[in-house]
Design a protein around this ligand. Structure first.
Ligand SMILES: Cc1ncc(C[n+]2csc(CCOP(=O)(O)OP(=O)(O)O)c2C)c(N)n1
Ligand SMILES: [Mg+2]
Length: 414
């Protein structure tokens, strides 16, 4: 039987219809032009999609992904140069933030060092009206989407709810509770579809997050309601200290898509060219109505989970070294230089831009922000609940008593 992702809203089929083949839809239409079955379209290509090899050379056409329905055009030069600039900025920002943590200017930073190609492609594949739903590790993607760098990093200082306005930028708040953002993403896509808007939503998560219950609910809902969502999974091989093999035995994370009735694809997550090729086409098809897509990017978390983690306790340095040779930034630099698209003047300009962003972060995050503890209770609900009012009053009382005690001990010490 042919699998089809076309679905009427649940409960609308009559008993007779339940035994019929689902009607054709935009996905079956899209698949027709590839000349393959829907099953073959949904299954990931047999090999990872890779366009530029780790040594920076373009793969021969027959090695870029040749199966029908899994061929991707090379992105344009302008997009590739913009991506390279963001890669360099992203790397500099990751390293600057790690230094700010050591200086006590940031509480915590989950670095995406090594994953910058995923971060950049996630932002560049979207149009202005689209939405992005990031995790705690996706600050570079948030920045590449256009959020002010200091605002994007404020959450890691722990002194304010988020730092930026999600509505203004169409970027959800970076979620730490795993996979909650996928449900937010699906909700926004559903609302946009009901309103007849052509918004595409990119929902990000890690490999570990694919074992969460919310992952299942989000994917199933998106497939059943045929929503324009790209689930973008950065498989960086670890969920803190747990390697992927200890929490999933699926043939690949991209294969999980097929069980929900959506397409899955595996991409070299350190090859920004391949990522852009796959995501650009995914966004285009989703906008045209072909439903959700899961893209699994194979990458590697080069540093510890956060500054609170010691990765030498659970992985070998040889493994990290192996991935250093697949670095996304040097790969792209070699590729663009080899094609004559990047010269030393271009490099210098981009490096100066990256340095300016790092300076902005040092200055912006170096300032101490006065914190009002009552902010804990503001912006939670439109109208404060009785419980929040009670808690707010308790906190005010406690702070007043603390202040009185401090004042009297200072008086006694005079
Ligand atoms: C619901 C929930 N359960 C557990 C945690 C604790 N936790 C934080 S990060 C993490 C690992 C997530 O791994 P992965 O999804 O692979 O993302 P990565 O950190 O590798 O980017 C866990 C278990 C959490 N934040 N939320
Ligand atoms: Mg992970």
């Amino acid at each position: 039987m042919t699998i089809s992702a076309n679905h009427a809203a649940p409960g609308t089929a009559t008993p007779d219809q339940a035994h019929q083949e689902p009607p054709e839809n935009a996905l079956t239409e899209a698949v027709k032009k590839f000349g393959i079955t829907v099953e073959d379209y949904m299954l990931p290509a047999r090999h990872l999609i890779q366009m530029v090899a780790p040594d920076g050379t373009l793969n021969p056409k027959d090695q870029q992904g040749t199966e029908p329905g899994h061929e991707y055009p090379l992105p344009g030069d302008e997009e590739l140069l913009a991506a390279y600039e963001q890669l360099v900025v992203g790397r500099r920002v990751n390293d600057q933030n790690s230094a700010l943590v050591r200086q006590g200017r940031m509480a915590v930073y989950p670095s995406s060092h090594g994953q910058e190609a995923c971060q950049v492609a996630a932002a560049l594949c979207l149009s202005d009206g689209d939405w992005m739903f990031p995790t705690y590790r996706d600050a570079v993607a948030v920045m590449a989407r256009g959020v002010d760098p200091v605002q994007a990093m404020t959450i890691f200082r722990g002194d304010w709810h988020g730092g930026y306005d999600p509505l203004e930028h169409k970027v959800g708040i970076q979620c730490t509770p795993l996979t909650t953002q996928l449900l937010h993403a699906v909700g926004v896509a559903h609302a946009a579809k009901l309103r007849g808007e052509d918004t595409v939503v990119l929902a990000m998560c890690g490999d570990g997050a694919t074992s969460e219950g919310d992952f299942h609910e989000a994917l199933n809902f998106a497939a059943v309601f045929h929503l324009p969502v790209i689930f973008f999974v950065q498989n960086n091989k670890y969920a803190i200290s747990v390697p992927l093999a200890h929490q999933s035995v699926a043939p690949s994370l991209a294969h999980k898509a097929v069980g929900y009735g959506m397409a899955g694809e595996r991409v070299d997550g350190n090859d920004v060219v391949a990522l852009l090729a796959v995501l650009d086409r995914g966004v285009k098809l989703a906008r045209e109505g072909s439903g959700p897509l899961l893209v699994e990017a194979h990458t590697y978390r080069m540093q510890a989970h956060t500054n609170a983690d010691d990765d030498t306790r659970y992985r070998e340095s040889a493994e990290v070294a192996e991935w250093r040779a697949k670095d996304p930034v040097t790969r792209m630099r070699t590729y663009l230089t080899g094609r004559g698209l990047l010269d030393s003047a271009g490099e210098e300009r981009i490096a100066a831009h990256a340095e300016a962003v790092a300076r902005t972060l040092r200055e912006g995050l170096g300032e101490d922000v006065p914190v009002d503890p009552q902010d804990l209770f503001r912006h939670v609900f439109e109208k404060q609940t009785p419980q929040l009012k009670e808690q707010s009053a308790m906190l005010a009382d406690e702070l007043a008593r603390d202040a009185a005690a401090t004042a009297s001990s200072e008086e006694a010490g005079k």
